[in-house]
Design a protein around this ligand. Structure first.
Ligand SMILES: [Zn+2]
Length: 159
């Protein structure tokens, strides 16, 4: 993204409204239990594009998050938006929903090992997540180095 005006234009979540149900409270880890306590917006001149600046209050612990979000201007009714949240949870209890389960599982373990300063275990788990992602894309080779080689993916694509 080169500009915040591109937020939600090409990539994001379904719908034209903020996916509050996906946001996890960084303080109590409860998900999607927020009410909007502040809303402001900035419109792009001579365009339908709008950036929303929301402050959400957690219904469980009364903590706050700030959300910048925007719906796609060129969605043509398909409905797309994207957002950024501050602060974000420092503990990881789930991986992004659109990820394959095996990748998410290793990634989660890598993140937890980083938090607990188990550096070797974190590296092994991150390596496994990477390897599965590469294999999902058809990478071939005797080891991870060969699988990372873009030629190995291209060869598969040519088959
Ligand atoms: Zn909370």
């Amino acid at each position: 993204m080169d500009s915040w005006w591109q937020l939600g234009e090409w990539y994001g979540q379904r719908g034209e409204e903020l996916a509050v149900y996906q946001i996890t409270c960084p303080f109590c880890m409860e998900r999607g239990n927020f009410k909007t306590v502040f809303h402001a917006e900035k419109k792009k001149p001579s365009s339908g594009k709008k950036l929303n600046f929301d402050t959400l209050e957690c219904g469980n612990c009364k903590g706050y998050v700030m959300v910048l979000w925007s719906a796609s201007e060129h969605g043509h009714g398909h409905g797309l938006h994207d957002y950024r949240v501050l602060p974000w949870p420092l503990r990881y209890e789930k991986y992004p929903e659109h990820w394959p389960e095996a990748i998410g599982r290793y990634w989660l373990q890598a993140k937890r090992n980083i938090r607990d300063e188990n550096w070797d275990a974190a590296a092994v788990m991150a390596r496994s997540a990477l390897q599965i992602a590469l294999r999902d894309h058809g990478a071939k080779g005797k080891n991870l180095k060969q699988e990372i080689d873009p030629e190995s993916v291209n060869r598969k694509a040519a088959d």
